[in-house]
Write a new protein. Sequence first.
Length: 272
Amino acid sequence: MEPGLKTHVSDGTATVTISNTGKRNAMTVQMWREVPPLLERLAGDRAVRSLVLTGEGGTFCAGADIGTLRDGAGESQGLAVAAEEALAAFPGPTLAAIRGYCVGGGAQLAAACDLRFAEEGALFGVTPAKLGVAYPASATRRLVRLVGLSAAKYLLFSGELIDCARALRTGLVDEVLAEGELGKRVAEFSAVLASRSLLTQTAAKELANGTWDVPSAEAEGRGAYWAAQARASGDTAEGAAAFLERRAPRFAWTAGTAAPGPGDAGGATHRS
């Protein structure tokens, strides 16, 4: 079977599966290239509320195909960064469902997701020091934000693999599931996400990701924009009414209904 990315959409969740089982789901150059346009297509699909990234079989992703580094790491690394940034910019919630090895480029992709759920026995490593590769600046900053400065240095300096228990302690993963329970838990959590307010999720993701690198005034402006969107959409009133009436809310907001805000060029910058 040719290496590639498999996609399935069901009940509001797009599942993207990394498939290169002969090499522990290592990412080839072509697979890296496939990620940004695939995510752009899924972001524009109104049926997609959230995205799950996982690996075929018992491995998440063992990194970049080392064969691609023989002629220099530049092209592969540039493509990996583009894939990582496209994943981080996906407008809806993203979750990495991890079994087995999550190493190198695999860890880079997992860190770009909003959340990471792992099955017991998974192993994690950031391994450029084993290959003499300078880890990309964007990936380094993201790792530091995720696990803290000291834990990031440990991973980057040593290239050592860590187990689920340590990954959970450092914040590299959010939940650890017993063997055989990961798929069920991811499906349950995806259903929860689909039942919640897309407006809240989109706003929270933008503000949580964006406020690190922008002036406080700009961040406050985006916060005010989203508060206005919540009022205008009627979703806040619907949420309160559903709570009082003890029923599931029927949230109406989609990115296509959003009014232009500060910095937007004629409309919301999220999916329509």
